[in-house]
Design a protein around this ligand. Structure first.
Ligand SMILES: [Zn+2]
Length: 505
């Protein structure tokens, strides 16, 4: 069943009846709209009532909420008294609101008319174009969605950066770009497809070989990802890939932001550019890729490196990768600096792991001692202030008890008591406020100490139960307690290790 939202807001037209309060106006509108929805069988799942009367979008919390809800794409329409309820404000903002409704296929339903923003030929839509910013509606939505789709189907290249092997150029005499082959790079693409498809090399091995042969990559070094991107890009077959829904527009806190959605569902168009590889080369590679996908989903996907994303080369700052040179003969794993020309020697994973564990243990011991010392030394000024507040509070409470006694004994008249009691209560209230404030300051100040204090048990936990943890558990715990660790093995064999515990900065 289609879901609708109801939006209620007092508008300029209602101000004629000044004696009627906003709440009354809104409840009258609500009754009207509820009757209307009932007669039209509209399923209203949420009613948003704007009680403030701000002009700007930011001053209309319910409108912001409405936009957030609408951009989930799960509502068929917004029910309101008239279009003006939605649109009042600057034309930029109303254009923006309309854009979100349109993109998400959300109608505007009023007792007078229903506006379907999807249907541009709709007469009513034409009316609206006068009411809302033309610029916003037309240029952004239409040009982006339809125009880009159009160019794709014409085989034009629409990315911002040409894929490796090609250079983008402007098509002469028409709009849009296409791709031109860069011969040296095209040779490399063919080589990569052969290495994978014919020689049975993996992503890593190919990347390593590329770097080894000093073949320049587009950015930095060849990596597993850059190789994988080439092997899976249909552009090398002479095609253009077009993702039907490449970007989803989302509204967060009233601001439009774009969210790229990874989407396997894309369309292919015959490109205007030349292919670099043949159908056979492509098919062979895809077949192997598919085979790998099926097996690796179950077994090989599991994390094997407990220091993934944590361990770096101390010399060059590059990432240290786990590497098994001869998986068939021996399972020995090594950490290897991935930077070309870095003289950091490979280090056995086992050795590195043991060393890091030791370093962490040493650090923990030292840190605990250090923390104990600072904790006993310092006198916190906030604590002192709190003590003062507390003793003052106790004093005032005693006075309050006293005046009760005076009243009972007839020393105070009721008037005197009431007056004195009011004064005392006020003082107590003020002290309570400062108490709250001090406590808040204390908790802010303690946050840092607390983060440090939390680090201790977590680290202890890793050290105590290390052997019982899975690699994934190890990795997520290391990431908690360490910002990074660096390692370097000199050509002569000496190993250096540094750990950077995750202390608050
Ligand atoms: Zn290095």
């Amino acid at each position: 069943m289609e879901r609708y939202l109801m939006y209620l807001r007092k508008s300029r037209m209602d101000t004629d009846f000044e004696e009627v309060s906003i709440a009354e106006t809104l409840s009258r509108h609500r009754t009207t709209l509820e009757k209307f929805c009932k007669s039209k069988r509209l399923n209203v799942v949420e009613v948003l009532e704007e009680v403030v009367s701000g002009e700007s979008l930011a001053a209309r919390p319910q409108m912001m909420r409405l936009l957030e809800l609408v951009s989930t794409g799960s509502y068929a329409g917004v029910v309101c008294m008239d279009i003006e309820r939605l649109s009042r404000g600057s034309s930029m903002e109303s254009g923006y609101i309309m854009q979100i409704l349109q993109v998400n296929g959300c109608k505007i339903v009023t007792p007078g008319k229903t506006y379907d923003l999807q249907n541009e030929s709709d007469e009513q839509f034409t009316d609206m174009k006068f009411m809302f910013s033309r610029y916003e509606l037309k240029t952004i939505t239409k040009r982006l969605v339809r125009g880009r789709n159009q160019s794709a189907s014409e085989g034009k290249f629409m990315g911002s950066m040409a894929p490796y092997g090609y250079r983008a150029y402007k098509l002469p005499g028409e709009k849009g770009n296409s791709l031109m082959i860069i011969p040296e790079e095209a040779k490399v693409v063919q080589m990569i497809f052969d290495m994978y498809g014919q020689q049975g090399m993996g992503y890593n091995a190919i990347a390593y070989k590329m770097n080894d042969m000093h073949i320049p990559a587009r950015k930095g070094q060849w990596s597993q990802t850059s190789v994988a991107n080439i092997l899976t890009n249909e552009v090398y077959l002479g095609k253009i890939r077009w993702r039907r829904e490449p970007v989803k527009r989302v509204v967060k806190e009233g601001m439009l932001s774009k969210k790229r959605i990874l989407n396997d569902d894309y369309e292919l168009y015959e490109g205007r550019h030349e292919a670099i590889i043949t159908e056979e080369q492509w098919d062979r590679v895809q077949e192997i890729l598919n085979r790998h996908k099926h097996t690796s989903n179950h077994t090989e996907r599991q994390l094997k490196n407990p220091f993934a994303g944590v361990l770096y080369c101390e010399k060059c700052g590059g990432i240290m990768k786990r590497y098994v040179p001869r998986p068939k003969e021996s399972p020995t794993a090594w950490f290897r600096c991935m930077t070309r020309n870095c003289d950091c020697k490979m280090i056995k994973c086992e050795v590195a792991e043991k060393n890091i564990l030791n370093a962490m243990e040493e650090w923990l011991e030292e840190y605990q001692i250090q923390l104990e010392q600072t904790q006993t030394q310092t006198v916190d000024p906030i604590d002192t202030a709190l003590e003062t507040v507390h003793s003052q509070l106790t004093g005032l409470q005693l006075q309050q008890e006293k005046i009760c006694e005076y009243l009972e004994k007839g020393i105070y008249s009721v008037e005197m008591f009431t007056k004195r009691n009011a004064a005392l209560s006020k003082e107590i209230e003020q002290l309570r406020d400062s108490e709250t404030d001090l406590l808040r300051q204390k908790s802010e100040g303690n946050k840092q100490n607390r983060a440090a204090a939390e680090l201790i048990p977590t680290t202890q936990h890793i050290l105590d139960s290390y052997d019982a943890l899975t690699v994934e558990e190890k990795n997520s715990l290391w990431k908690l307690v360490m910002r990074r660790a660096t390692i370097y093995r000199e050509p002569e064999g000496e190993v250096h290790i540094h750990i950077y515990p995750n202390l608050p900065r």
